[in-house]
Design a protein around this ligand. Sequence first.
Ligand code: BG6
Length: 482
Amino acid sequence: MTASFTLLLFGATGDLSRRMLLPSLFGLDADGLLPEQLRIVGTARSTLDAAGFRGIAGEALERFVEPERRGGDKVVRFLDRLAYVPLDASEPAAYGTLAQAVGDTRGGLSIFLSTAPSLFEPTIAGLSASGLACSSTRLALEKPLGTDLASSRAVNDAVASAFPEERTFRIDHYLGKETVQNLIALRFGNALFEPLWNASGISHVQITVAETVGLEGRAGYYDGVGALRDMLQNHMLQLLALVAMEPPSRFDATSVRDEKVKVLRSLRPIDRASVASHSVTGQYGAGAVGGQPVPGYADELGRASDTETFVALKAHVDNWRWKGVPFYLRTGKRLPARCSEIVVQFKAVPHSIFGDAQLSANRLVIRLQPEENIRLLMMAKQPGLDREGLRLREVPLDLGLANAFADVRRRIAYERLLLDLIEGDPTLFVRRDEVEAQWAWIDAIRDGWAATGMTPKPYGAGSWGPSAAIGLTERDGVSWHD
Ligand code: BG6
């Protein structure tokens, strides 16, 4: 595909745009990575002109981009690319004006939709009617894409009526994170792991995405959605798919997504019969995070709610490679630390010549944030004369990405994704069959919760979730890696 010459940003004055999209586009521009001719047309409901939008963008850059990266005429040059058209997205007639402002689309148009789900369908209808959904237009969609399989299908059908799948770019910003791509490099760029990367070599996998933040003023979106649908349905299942997939034959959109979807379809349903033993949900009460007292979820919300702010699951991938290997997943808000990591726990040596007490089985810890690193925990001999036998200790073999690549700037996940969109590479975007497999699995869990009357258990803000989450792994003799 060829690069687009226009990027149309819906929701251009919103939070995502200010915090992530505009700073990312600026970062790409400052490094000379955007096509010379690229114009960025912002649109949102606010009645602004181009100067007003440039003002908002300038403030966003000041707030979210380090001063040393804003030197010279970089900011002015970037702001020059920006135009703005106010739009009531629910009003079909308004799209004519938008189309006029976008102008000639023959050079290629990329559209980034980050709007309320209720506006998806009218927006797509408006884009079609005004000729903006032409054969060279690509459409990127930010979540939430539905709240269950049925509503996600409705969104996907509406999108498909105007954009074929190869020009539909569903965003999961976790796929734009460096360490997530590094997982692919680690697995398929090294011969070392693959022979052990299966049920013979691995005893279990843990995926944790822990956040310290609470509602962050997002009650309107978050309440009624909850951790399962906000984080697990998308980001965490994508991580699981990357850990569990078979080696794709190439690093391209079809090969990688074909392998991920096979994993997602192989997830063993957690249904009414197993939901009580395989899932735990929680909601934070008052507590303290980082030494600061914080209110409970219901207090932040101003009323009682049964939305879960924590979820832990024990999942299985039912195929030959992963037979009998549990994947423990957990995510929550107001946990003690911000930390996302994947832990691959290898099996113990078959026989210890040193006495069992001394040996810990190898473990690979892939840390996505706050810092990016990959550590392989190994046993090594403690220095000494060993009059009473060799003494061993677990030490990390540290891939120290921060040091190895110290001269390379860490980019925001959206930089990679926006550039891929503009250049037309869908490898790191989620295909329809993947999203639908994700929803099908999540819907069964929610159905199980409803049928068995499961409601979130309270946990104190600043703790690792309800104690039942500890029980979920300890029953199997496994501890969470905190
Ligand atoms: C978003 C969720 O998709 O991801 C938020 O809606 C969450 O609730 C965020 O805070 C986490 O993203 P990151 O990149 O900070 O881990």
